[in-house]
Design a protein around this ligand. Structure first.
Ligand code: ADP
Ligand code: MG
Length: 473
């Protein structure tokens, strides 16, 4: 984890003036990450340095950090001078646990932790909607895994508050919920600039709520949330177990819903699977439409990867792209993490071509120390290799091999690739099916057909198979 901090600094160095960099970043050090990598703690030499970073360089720092620590949500500062009372000040969001639902206790906890609750109130934010300019529809790749969610998003953009309300969108991490949620906000704002749009994570909502109570301005909190036209609440799972916050949210929800104000909620789980969420909230969430983004298949990952590689201006070969898309099969955030590391390498040593062995290192997480968990359910290297090799011997592109064309030479190449994946990688029929997005019976059929053709004396095909087998060894 620590290694990436150097990359962040290098990135900042190239984007800031030398005097600014030297004055404000040269002494900032990596301290640690916590909360499963969601929180990054930096050590700064003084309170002043911290405040200056927050005020003047917040956006630059966040941008650079996100590139190399894609899972980071909060940045914390720690003052390196010992005994400084401001030691554990957080940027924006503070992790107060409200397990008991006892508000008094929570507030006490917040107090004893010496947290300035005002810091997180909405007054701090200059734009009320809080939208990240990066998360637009233009930057969002539609594909099979998110098709339904995207269609629903488009429908509510066309007629906010009337079509589907609320929309409850769930998926596992890194599949584009936040991106899509914010893209909805951007588009509605573009279409109807007069509408008041509020994006908040449920943690922000919670913190804001606690702050309003401590500052005794609970009414203005309620009024504030009731006055929005489009409420986008991200990661609702974090208010599980927080009864007082759920209560506040419930009232805001009802009021907005009654007035046909659009509500979109995201979560890492289906509403029914959210433990410690009040039944009345769960049933409200199911009033509208509940949709999910499914785990992306190879082609989905490849399309997002190509889009992002192009945006970053990275000249990767087709086989490298295939290798990445097959190797990083967990989520889009991990895919971005890998791509950012590749970008760092290419930009750090621009004169040297980016070689396959370097990619292998990045994919195996060994080049810079891994923060990315790459779950591989088939050998990434070999699948990519087979696609490349079949492409070579059959004069086909990977897209053609993985595509749907029934043209004889393309379908033949595809069957050869299926055969090789099955025979040389020791994969099961369903696993090969996954690579090609086909049913296992289709793979079985392909293997049989290739075997039959070879038995019937198709030497051309036999030679191709021998060549691929040799190349893989
Ligand atoms: P989640 O909220 O589901 O955890 P995010 O919205 O934060 O996921 O997405 C993780 C990263 O992947 C973001 O940087 C986002 O821009 C990117 N991403 C996710 N889905 C897509 C997509 N369909 N097209 C382009 N980028 C995507
Ligand atoms: Mg998210």
């Amino acid at each position: 984890m620590k290694d990436y901090w150097q990359l962040v600094l290098t990135n900042l160095k190239s984007n800031l003036s030398k005097s600014n960099y030297d004055a404000w970043f040269s002494q900032v050090q990596f301290s640690k990450t916590s909360n499963n990598g969601r929180k990054l703690v930096l050590e700064v030499p003084s309170v002043f340095n911290k405040q200056y970073l927050e005020k003047k360089f917040n956006a630059d720092l966040k941008k650079a950090v996100l590139k190399y620590y894609p899972q980071v949500i909060h940045i914390d500062y720690q003052i390196s001078e010992k005994g400084d009372s401001q030691k554990e000040i957080q940027d924006g969001i503070f992790p107060i646990q409200e397990n008991s639902g006892n508000l008094k206790e929570t507030l006490k906890k917040a107090e004893t932790r010496n947290i300035d609750l005002n810091r997180n109130s909405f007054n701090r934010t200059t734009n009320i909607h809080n939208l990240n300019p990066k998360y637009t529809f233009e930057n969002f790749v539609e594909n099979n895994s998110n098709q339904l969610a995207t269609n629903v998003a488009k429908a509510i953009i066309a007629r906010p508050g009337t079509h589907y309300n609320p929309v409850f969108l769930y998926s596992s991490v890194g599949l584009g919920k936040t991106h899509l949620l914010q893209a909805i906000g951007h588009k509605i704002m573009e279409n109807s600039p007069s509408l008041k749009i509020k994006y908040a994570t449920s943690e922000m909502f919670f913190n804001h709520f606690i702050a309003s109570i401590q500052n005794k301005n609970g009414n203005s909190f309620q009024e504030y949330y009731r006055s929005v036209d489009v409420l986008l609440i991200d990661d609702i799972q974090f208010i599980s177990g927080k009864e007082a916050t759920q209560e506040a949210f419930f009232h805001a929800f009802n009021e907005l819903h009654q007035n046909n104000k659009q509500i979109v909620i995201t979560s890492d789980k289906h509403p029914k699977s959210l433990a410690a969420l009040e039944d009345r909230l769960i049933s409200r969430f199911e009033w509208g439409i509940v949709i999910d983004i499914s785990k992306p298949e190879f082609e989905d990952r490849l399309s997002v990867l190509k889009f992002k590689a192009k945006k970053l201006n990275l000249n990767l070969t087709e086989s490298q792209l295939v290798k990445i898309a097959s190797g990083v099969n967990s989520n889009f955030r991990d895919l971005e993490g890998v791509l950012n590391r590749i970008e760092a390498r290419i930009k750090l040593i621009p004169d040297r071509a980016f070689e396959d062995f370097e990619l292998n290192k990045i994919l195996s997480g060994s080049s810079l120390g891994s923060t990315v968990s790459i779950s591989v359910n088939y050998t990434p290297k070999s699948t990519g290799q087979i696609l490349t090799l079949v492409g070579q011997v059959s004069n086909l592109s990977t897209e053609e091999i993985l595509g749907t064309s029934r043209q004889a030479d393309i379908a033949g190449g595809r069957q050869l690739a299926m055969y090789c994946c099955k025979e040389f990688l020791g994969l099961s029929l369903p696993a090969v099916g996954k690579v090609f997005k086909r049913d296992h019976t289709t793979i079985m059929h392909a293997v049989k057909k290739v075997n039959k053709a070879v038995e019937a004396g198709d030497t051309n095909l036999a030679n191709k198979i021998a060549f691929i087998k040799q190349s893989l060894a």
